[in-house]
Design a protein around this ligand. Structure first.
Ligand SMILES: C[S@@+](CC[C@H](N)C(=O)[O-])C[C@H]1O[C@@H](n2cnc3c(N)ncnc32)[C@H](O)[C@@H]1O
Length: 386
């Protein structure tokens, strides 16, 4: 496919997305109907689409409309390119720009310039103060890819060498002692020997930093209360913790056994109803459901899907999770509350509310990562009873 034909394909996918189809589903639907497209074409189309979703409001303003064609015109303009070069009308490229399309000059609001839903801007300002604009701007670009060296099988230098055998160049990240930033061939990771034999796992560097901050010791009994696919459970098990994984949804934990086997670690899974029988953990971690605002570089559709009502539901779930954690701790145990969000309303406000109703607990440590540190945005608060 020519570069112009790839843009035309991205316009089709964006039209489907903008009419309500989930972005992954819109991409898969297009690929099914165009089996001639090779993997490089599909990757290029995917990149256009995700770039456009990251920059949706500025692209719509710069393209002078709300459909896929306007978004792609605006995206190219926002990237400093001349859309007329790809909108050539030749072959399968999109038709040439109309006079009106060529003449658009946009006067954007701050929210449009930063590609932030207008209603969320005050909460970002409250949460990040002077860093808000730089943070929101960082969400407009692709996220780097990181892997975690699995200390249960190798050290970080060995992981670098094994990845290099498959042409995957990496460099150490300063965010965590296990983290490697992938510099070349990120799409090859899942088929590399390093991944298939469990020497590395895909995991964001800030996620790894959160685990490092927990100071896990071998033999520590840890409950991963919101384990999901097990990213953090695996990282803690690799440090020698005795990990029990729990999630409201059993289905979400279905990959944990295979991932644990590949990593050479053991993780026990418990169903929601069985948890009441388990007590006395040294550490209970809740990597709570959240808006995902810290990872919107990676999952940019999240920012356009969030509504005030959905955020309110998330707050309620976070409060309930925090309140149920103390029941699983041993008397001197520690609670760790984490989100991949940078919003105060999901982080410190939740912790303050918990502390107000649980006076014997103290906040012993707190940290907030943002994409300006290199990885995703992540919040961690640690609490201990007195
Ligand atoms: C941010 S994800 C966890 C990601 C995971 N810790 C990882 O590192 O891969 C949040 C998880 O919380 C789960 N969850 C939502 N509400 C819950 C609740 N009330 N109790 C326990 N888990 C819950 C969701 O099903 C989801 O899997």
């Amino acid at each position: 496919m020519t570069p112009g034909a790839r843009v035309a394909a991205a316009i089709e996918v964006l039209d489907s997305y903008l009419s309500g189809t989930a972005v992954e589903q819109a991409l898969t639907g297009w690929a099914r109907g165009h089996r001639f497209a090779g993997s490089k074409d599909r990757a290029a189309i995917r990149d256009h689409v995700f770039d456009a979703v990251r920059r949706l409001s500025s692209s719509q303003a710069l393209g002078g409309g709300t459909d896929g064609r306007a978004v792609m015109i605006g995206l190219l303009r926002g990237q400093g390119l001349d859309p007329a070069e790809l909108f050539s009308g030749e072959g399968h490229a999109p038709s040439t720009l109309t006079e009106a399309e060529a003449a658009i000059s946009a006067d954007m609001t701050r929210a449009q310039t930063l590609d932030c839903p207008q209603w969320l801007l005050p909460e970002f300002d409250r949460s990040l103060a002077a860093k808000t604009d730089a943070f929101l701007d960082s969400l407009r670009s692709r996220a780097p890819v990181f892997v975690r060296a699995n200390l249960a099988k190798c050290d970080r230098d060995t992981a670098v060498s094994i990845l290099a055998e498959d042409g995957i160049e990496t460099c150490p990240s300063s965010l965590a002692s296990t983290a490697l930033e992938v510099l070349t061939n990120p799409r090859k990771i899942k088929s590399s020997r390093a991944f298939l034999e469990g020497f590395v796992e895909l995991q964001d560097a800030a996620s790894q930093a959160v685990i490092e901050d927990l100071n896990i010791q071998p033999g520590m009994r840890v409950l991963d209360y919101c384990a999901g696919g097990g990213g953090k459970a695996l990282a803690m098990a690799a440090l020698g913790a005795d990990v029990t994984a729990h999630d409201l949804s059993w289905e979400r934990m279905k990959d944990i056994p295979a991932r644990a086997e590949r990593a050479g670690v053991a993780i026990r899974r418990v169903r929601h109803g069985e948890l009441e029988t388990l007590r006395g953990f040294d550490l209970v971690l809740a990597d709570a459901p959240c808006s995902g605002s810290g990872s919107w570089r990676r999952a940019p559709h999240g920012k356009w899907l969030l509504t005030p009502d959905k955020l309110a539901e998330i707050h309620t779930a976070q409060q309930e999770i925090l309140s149920s954690m103390p029941g699983f701790l041993k008397p001197t145990g520690r609670m760790a509350y984490a989100t991949c969000s940078v919003l105060c309303s999901e982080n410190r406000d939740q912790v303050d509310l918990f502390l107000k109703h649980h006076e014997i607990f103290n906040l012993t440590a707190e940290c907030q990562f943002t994409p300006l540190d290199g990885g995703d945005g992540f919040y961690l608060a640690q609490l201990q009873g007195s």
